[in-house]
Write a protein that binds this ligand. Sequence first.
Ligand SMILES: [Zn+2]
Length: 323
Amino acid sequence: MRPRALDELKQQIPLLDYLQSQEWRPARALRGGRWLGLCPLHTDHKPSFLVDPQKSLFYCYGCGRGGDVIRFVELFHQVNFLQALTLLREWCGVTPLLNAAIDFYRFQLHRHNEPLAYLDQRGLRSPEVIEHMRIGYAAGSGLRGWLTQSGYPLAVLCSAGLITKAGYDSYIRRIVIPLENNLYGRSIRSSAPAHRFLPGSKGGLYLWEQVRRYAEVILVEGLFDYAVVWQAGFHNVTCSLGNHLNARQFQQLCDGPRAVYLTFDADANGSGPRAAQHLSRRLWAQGIKARRVQLPDGHDPNSFFVQGGEASQFQSLLETARP
Ligand SMILES: [Zn+2]
């Protein structure tokens, strides 16, 4: 990449905007319009990460690392220089596009009976949770037309993975839930693979920014688990999209003192309990109070609530959870 093109890319992406999109929040204002906050590159307990928005540079007094937005992406996502450039280019283009797609999908949800019946069957009954999670429905057609009319070139839709190379909508008869920089699609047919994502990272913990202020956090595997736990009034819940956390998700759980209730599936093959045990050890090693919640055999949080489990019963499970 030519130096000029690099400068243009950097100008397009102010460091502070990028940091905020990754859930970084300034803790304190300093002279000269600069900000200080917790360092997102390691477990930080007192703000040591300095950001100068005018120069678009950062420096951490804790770990001694600093640089521009590209350097930050390299360190934060643990990628090389060229991969960092790719991530930044995607970041420029993908966020508004995903929002436009999810607007379309949310509008479609209420025009079809099938997805609403599916949500009902999975225990998602309150309009609040559908609104809170911005749940939509991909019927399987119409997205391409909607987005091209909104001015997005077809090539952009294909490279984002929303439209197939053959020109069709990629998500067909799926409940769609927006993630940080991706879209989760749950098939409502048994004939198709259950889960689908766009190419690229699934990102950090689900809606972490809304949860991190709680002293106690409930961690579940799936978004439908998340939905019923949230709906039952436990708003301190988050989701890791599987029982194996990526580096960033783990770091998020460790970004402050808290207790974490690992509420993984109690599946018969033991993979949920094993993952919870392993994660619990790693969290304790970081000073995080992890507790393993024991669901009745064969249950996940979704089936627990769908089959009549009550909030008070779930609360007792939390209270009897062991390290
Ligand atoms: Zn640092």
